[in-house]
Design a protein around this ligand. Structure first.
Ligand code: FMN
Length: 278
């Protein structure tokens, strides 16, 4: 049930909800108020609620007065550029955990990322303190050690070969390689049935990363952990409570940075294909 409601005292019959609906679910006859005509195709995206100039529309029981008002608070282009260009992968962390309220807040904001078909099915798994992360890290390293001992370097698969090579300098302090000494890990997954679950997970993590940066929390994407949970030891993902019918999108580490960057880096020029005609 969409529970589409129009506050007739507030509605100015401008038709913006009709025009902006991506699946043409809403109709408005001349002089009438908007109504739903195609409930089945509704994406539940709430564009009708978001676009309404007077806050007259409620759908699925959502109260428009509880949304953030967009009129006043948008970051400037300069602050966005600084955030995007100034974000660095953090590999030096304070041992202090990020407080639960901040983690919950970050995850709630990250969940506002777009999802294919508006599935909104990304699921986050996070370790909430250093002790949990340490215990996991010890188990992970024991398994990696075993895996490398049992694997034949002349025939092993490229992911194991890469891990063998990359872990070498960290053999005495494996957590510094595997989890970069971070007090938290974060895994984004989505049901295998979601139309774009993997991409959705990565986009959500990207939001998490940028929002975290703005709140003084550092992050680093973790390819190694992603391999470990998907290719090497999928049962570890189950132990972490990731639903078995999910596909892991990617993994990240996060925590309070013990390093501060003073300036942006400079990337190679972007590779662009600009079409003037077709
Ligand atoms: C998909 C992906 C996987 C990554 N995996 C790792 C990783 O396993 N360990 C690590 O320390 N950094 C990892 N990184 C971080 C990259 O090395 C880093 O983004 C790159 O060196 C640029 O540095 P910057 O993020 O500080 O600008 C990964 C980044 C991405 C996007």
């Amino acid at each position: 049930m969409l529970n589409f409601k129009v506050n007739e005292e507030k509605c100015i019959q401008c038709g913006k909800c009709v025009k902006d609906c991506p699946s043409q679910c809403i109709s408005m006859e001349k002089g009438e108020f908007p109504t739903i005509i195609n409930e089945d195709t509704c994406l539940r995206c709430q564009h009708c609620l978001a676009v309404c100039p007077t806050g007259a529309i409620s759908i699925m029981g959502v109260n428009p007065d509880k949304s953030i008002d967009m009129k006043f608070e948008m970051p400037t282009a300069h602050s966005m550029e600084t955030l995007i260009k100034g974000h660095r992968s953090t590999r030096n962390y304070s041992k202090k955990s990020v407080d639960t309220k901040t983690i919950r807040n970050l995850l709630e904001i990250a969940s506002h990322a777009p999802t294919g078909g508006n599935s909104q099915s990304v699921h986050f798994t996070a370790t909430m303190n250093d002790e949990v992360t340490d215990a996991f890290s010890k188990e992970l390293f024991a398994r990696v050690k075993n895996m490398l001992n049992e694997s034949d370097p002349t025939t092993e698969n490229p992911k194991i070969a890469y891990t063998r090579q990359a872990i070498k300098p960290y053999w005495e302090n494996p957590a510094d390689f595997m989890l970069r000494g971070a007090p938290h890990i974060l895994i984004a997954s989505a049901p295998k049935t979601a139309p774009e679950g993997k991409v959705d997970s990565v986009i959500a993590l990207t939001n998490f990363e940028l929002m975290a940066q703005s709140m003084g929390v550092g992050t680093v994407w973790n390819g190694f952990l992603t391999w470990a949970l998907t290719d090497f030891f999928p049962d570890l993902a189950v132990q972490l409570g990731i639903p078995e019918d999910h596909e892991i999108g990617y993994c990240m580490c996060f925590g309070l940075p013990a390093v501060q960057y003073q300036r942006t880096v400079q990337r190679v020029p972007s590779k662009i294909n600009l079409l003037e005609s077709f």
